[in-house]
Design a protein around this ligand. Sequence first.
Ligand code: SF4
Length: 214
Amino acid sequence: MVRASKEEIEAIKKFFLENYKNAKTELKYKSLYELLVAVILSAQCTDKRVNIITPAFFEKYPDISSLAKADVEEVKELIKSCSFFNNKAKNLVNMAKTVMEKYKGEIPLDEKELVKLPGVGRKTAHVVMIEFAGANLMAVDTHVFRVAHRLGLSDAKTPEKTEEDLREAFKDHLDIIHQGMVLFGRYICTAKNPKCEECGLREYCKSKENFKAG
Ligand code: SF4
């Protein structure tokens, strides 16, 4: 696979910083608690689906202490339209219990502490830190993975290695670039039928010939 040159990486970075500088997650939330719950729910599930589930969820469990006391079966019932809802329900309640017992009810805004919580992996912790704290971190979901590969920014087989490639390529403003790559992947560089004709990164793309748009 052809890799992007240093100049191309700079141009791609500039594109995301200029076009997505105010980009935020499409998950709806009003607090760190709500964001963390929404991001946990969003694993293998669309943001759209999560946004349908969370209003009733936050009405029933408005804060970390109410979730810590929740009945797992009732949580399952509320989130059952989400993939992996059995595990997610257990993780959500255990996450809340851990925050109450080990962090005095305060969700830690630190990726090294967040990953110690049940159900919170590296990607979830990074997404929360990027969105809530503007942290200089990268998180690789299905959109970021696809865009990174099509643009020749990485040829890695795993999200972890792709994250490393993106971190080394861009170095700073990773939060804005992450948010930009998610939205760009969701609406322009889609998995099927990407909108190559209206893509602002066409000249740097290593894949567009595959979509008969070159
Ligand atoms: S030209 Fe097409 S495939 Fe390439 S980055 Fe743009 S939308 Fe994606």
